[in-house]
Design a protein around this ligand. Structure first.
Ligand code: PGA
Length: 255
């Protein structure tokens, strides 16, 4: 059976605390008629509890933009998976390319974070992978995705109905205003799906993993992504900062 699609908003560090709450209130109204749909908002850390409170009783869930790999200890400035669950998070983004670029996160760290999230009840990981502009121009492009998947998921045990999300985000498309062509997204998602089939078997790949696309999605280009065989949803940055625009995108992809 085909999985219900999911849409995830990544608000990055783009809003003040007040703006975060105002936008959450607007979204809550807009998404009133989206009962039972998979919608996730990832605000800044310090707004998580309040945002969760605003969306109480709606189908909008809250996620974290990052996470640490230990649950407790002397790790100044970090936030643990259990703390995020306590604050109301049900999802956690891991290894976003902006963190790989500016915070020098590597795949060893991403792998460790993934395991920590998987060992935390109630938290679903969203692992970001994707090639940069230079890699795209070379023959290595497909290999980059396979390699990133191996590094992040190699040796990970998936038990029961544990859900995992892989966000394919070609780095050059993020924030550029130009999304990848839908058929190119499908090509990349197919490579990801086949790699997961090899790593975990076809059943686990199909039942436990969603593959979603992220990078300059908007209400103007989202139609092209509807109906792609290996697309289970979207990760949306810029277009999620406006309630009406995000609503339009969600309506099209979740229909
Ligand atoms: P964008 O960001 O939609 O603004 O390109 C997506 C992301 O970085 O997750």
């Amino acid at each position: 059976m085909e999985k219900e699609k999911i849409i995830i908003a990544n608000w990055k560090m783009k809003l003040s605390l007040d703006e975060t709450l105002i936008l959450s209130e607007e979204m809550k109204k807009k998404f009133n008629d989206f009962k039972g749909k998979n919608i996730v908002i990832c605000p800044n850390f310090i707004s998580i509890k309040e945002v969760k409170n605003i969306f109480k009783g709606s189908s909008v869930k809250v996620g974290a933009q990052n996470i640490f790999w230990e649950q407790k200890g002397a790790y100044t400035g970090e936030i643990s998976p259990n703390q995020l669950v306590e604050a109301g998070c049900e999802y956690a983004i891991i290894g976003h390319s902006e963190r790989r670029k500016y915070l020098l996160e590597n795949y060893e760290m991403i792998h460790t974070k993934l395991k920590a999230v998987m060992n935390t009840d109630g938290l679903t990981p969203i692992v970001c992978i994707g090639e940069n502009g230079d890699e795209r121009k070379t023959e290595r492009r497909d290999f980059v995705l396979v390699d990133q998947l191996n590094q992040a998921f190699g040796g990970v045990d998936i038990v029961g109905d544990q859900q995992l999300i892989i966000a394919y985000e070609p780095i050059w498309a993020i924030g550029s205003g130009v999304a990848i062509e839908p058929e190119e997204a499908e090509y990349a998602h197919k490579i990801i799906r086949l790699t997961l089939n090899d790593m975990f078997g076809v059943k686990v790949s199909k039942d436990n993993f969603r593959i979603i696309y992220g990078g300059s999605i908007s209400s103007k280009n989202v139609e092209g992504f509807v109906g792609l065989e290996n697309l289970d949803g979207l990760l949306v940055g810029g277009s999620s900062l406006d309630a009406e625009e995000f609503y339009k995108v969600a309506k099209i992809i979740l229909k």
